[in-house]
Design a protein around this ligand. Structure first.
Ligand code: GTP
Ligand code: MG
Length: 295
């Protein structure tokens, strides 16, 4: 279909507010990893939504937070830069009637740019209906939002109305991505994110946040079997022990979860081998951050 209107939309909000869930739901594919743990998303990624003659490029961003490491500084910088030159902003908030420090800081950043800001009160599936008005009221006077929409990124409630409004905000222009492309991530990036998602799901507290994944091998044999080799970097020997687990049980569990998802993704058999190595304080080391693509 001939695209006549196109634009960029930044999706921002505190960690865990549901940005990645929303983007996946809107495009109907898994472009971004989602977990119950905050600070899941680390990099900006684009997901492409095409409806009729309009193409909307949704930019997922890390959750805005008070950073404690250089990696955190990078993540916060990604959020700020994501607002530059966009055509619309989707600002997600938790369904609580109190803009916190994080929301106030994001509102201040939104005020300094021209694009319309749509406030999305997410997770209304988990909110008694009678409590919604108080949440809307608490945000109404914070700034002039283009709209305040209650939604559930999980169930899809309210997303038709959001989509309709968003499509009207895209300026005249050609397609920004070719037809059929749903994300700007490379195969290696998608793959390392899937592995990181499983680390976040399987491991507790600080351990998964101190991991990074690099893909050493991704190749397909003539019979279609996909071979993957990846290195998981963590920050301490003790963390390495926990990631590997007793007799390798944890690493096996992580590998199996990855394999199941990747076999769906590649529609074929996958052979995955994972290694774990330690790089102390890599999250504060500029060279290591660059190495992992966080720059
Ligand atoms: N009940 C409910 N849970 C939701 C909804 N949207 C997201 N979640 C849950 O909230 C958690 C965080 O979702 P994510 O999409 O990873 O949140 P995020 O804003 O991308 O988080 P970061 O990447 O850490 O900034 C997950 O457990 C989701 O299943 C919703 O509409 N309703
Ligand atoms: Mg996310």
């Amino acid at each position: 279909m001939n695209i006549t209107h196109s634009g960029m939309t930044a999706v921002i909000g505190r960690p865990n507010s549901g940005k990645s869930t929303l983007i996946n739901k809107m495009i109907g594919e898994k472009a971004a990893i989602v977990t119950a743990k905050p600070q899941t998303t680390r990099r900006r990624l684009c997901a492409v939504l095409s409806r009729g003659h309009v193409q909307v490029v949704l930019q997922d961003t890390p959750g805005f937070h008070k950073s404690r490491t250089r990696l955190g500084d990078y993540m916060v910088g990604v959020v700020k830069r994501s607002l530059d030159g966009v055509d619309a902003v989707l600002f997600l908030v938790e369904p609580v009637p109190l803009p916190g420090d994080i929301e106030r800081e994001l509102i201040a950043s939104c005020r300094t740019q021209k694009a319309p800001v749509i406030l999305l009160i997410n997770k209304i599936d988990a909110l008694p209906k009678e409590d919604l008005l108080a949440v809307i009221d608490s945000y109404r006077n914070e700034m002039s939002f283009k709209a305040i929409l209650p939604i559930s990124a999980k169930t899809g409630d309210g997303l038709d109305e959001l989509m309709e409004l968003l499509l009207t905000l895209m300026p005249a222009g050609q397609a920004l991505f070719p037809e059929g492309q749903i994300t700007d991530q490379s195969d290696d990036e998608l793959l390392s994110e899937v592995i990181r998602e499983k680390l976040l799901i399987c491991l507790d507290q600080e351990i998964p946040h101190g991991t990074a994944v690099s893909i050493e091998k991704l190749s397909e044999r003539p019979n279609g079997l996909v071979d993957i080799e990846a290195v998981i970097t963590c920050e301490k020997e003790s963390h390495k022990g926990i990631i590997i687990g007793s007799k390798g049980a944890m690493l096996k569990k992580i590998g199996t979860l990855c394999r199941k998802e990747l076999e769906d993704m590649y529609s074929g058999q996958v052979n995955i081998r994972l290694w774990v190595r330690v790089r102390g304080k890599w999250r504060d080391n500029p060279a290591q951050l660059k190495n992992f693509g966080y720059y």
